[in-house]
Design a binder for this molecule. Structure first.
Ligand code: ZN
Length: 100
């Protein structure tokens, strides 16, 4: 039996070179293969993207010396926006479950 579910994650990135910070809303798709293994694929806007902690570079100075922080419980204004995205993610999730 295959298993898949989604979770919405907000990540905050900090450039260790120029101290710029920015955040990204990502959807994490979790897949179980039925043999106890689990894989996670990150998507952004419905398109696959790299995991939050690799291959990120600073939009300001292009440095790859970037630190990624999970900000799921961040208590600032961005949370409202993230919640809207989570609702959409849930709709997709339910559709996929129905399709399967
Ligand atoms: Zn930078």
């Amino acid at each position: 039996m295959r298993d898949a579910w989604s979770s919405h994650e907000a990540w905050v990135f900090e450039c260790l070179n120029c101290s710029a910070t920015w955040d990204e809303d990502l959807e994490a798709r979790h897949y179980g293969d039925g043999h106890g293994n689990q894989a996670v694929v990150y998507t952004r806007g419905g398109l696959p993207c790299t995991t939050p902690w690799v291959d990120r570079f600073c939009p300001k100075c292009q440095s790859q010396n970037v630190k990624a922080l999970s900000a799921v419980r961040a208590g600032h204004a961005e949370v409202v926006k993230a919640r809207g995205g989570a609702d959409v993610a849930m709709v997709y999730h339910l559709r996929r479950m129905h399709a399967w």
